[in-house]
Design a protein around this ligand. Structure first.
Ligand code: HEC
Length: 127
């Protein structure tokens, strides 16, 4: 192989490594939530961070006149009630004894679970 061809071979290999790294980084975007995961280390916010996750993954089945399983979600009071009885964290972390949620769907990404968990640990403020 000439020097010239060799250089192109390395460019190709480098390109593939770069592309697969991008693919891995975007896992949260490709699978699970349709929105990128908000960082779980920043400010805790029910409205800005937790609601978008629940909206995308839960409210579709758990709101309206006849919510699935009789479990209503979609406003602070209803969502907070699931924090108080432990069912929000139990279902999204697929803990035994709870029905795994979202039902029939992909488990929330670790980052999205961490966002919800951090809000709960902070006392689930209405902010
Ligand atoms: C495709 C519809 C659907 C989606 C999406 C969904 N659920 Fe459910 N959920 C159900 C149904 C149906 C039940 C009742 C049957 C059961 O418990 O499996 C239920 C039950 C529950 C229960 C009671 C389970 C228990 O163990 O007592 C909770 C809490 C719950 N869902 C929370 C959530 C949360 C949080 C999300 C989002 C992460 C979510 N659900 C997404 C359909 C859904």
């Amino acid at each position: 192989m000439s020097m010239f061809q060799n250089r192109y071979a390395w460019l190709l290999i480098g390109g593939l490594v770069f592309l697969s790294a991008c693919y891995y980084d975007k896992e949260d975007l490709l699978y699970g939530a349709a929105l990128p995961c908000t960082d779980s280390t920043g400010t805790i916010s029910y409205t800005a961070k937790v609601v978008p996750i629940l909206q995308t993954n839960c409210y579709g089945c758990h709101s309206g006149g006849t919510p699935s399983g009789g479990i209503a979600m979609g406003n602070y009071t209803a969502d907070k009630a699931l924090v108080t009885n432990g069912k929000l964290i139990g279902t999204i972390t697929h803990t035994s004894g709870f029905s795994p949620m979202p039902k029939g769907g992909t488990k929330l990404s670790a980052c999205n679970i961490a966002v919800v968990q951090k809000w709960v640990t902070a006392g689930a403020p209405n902010n």
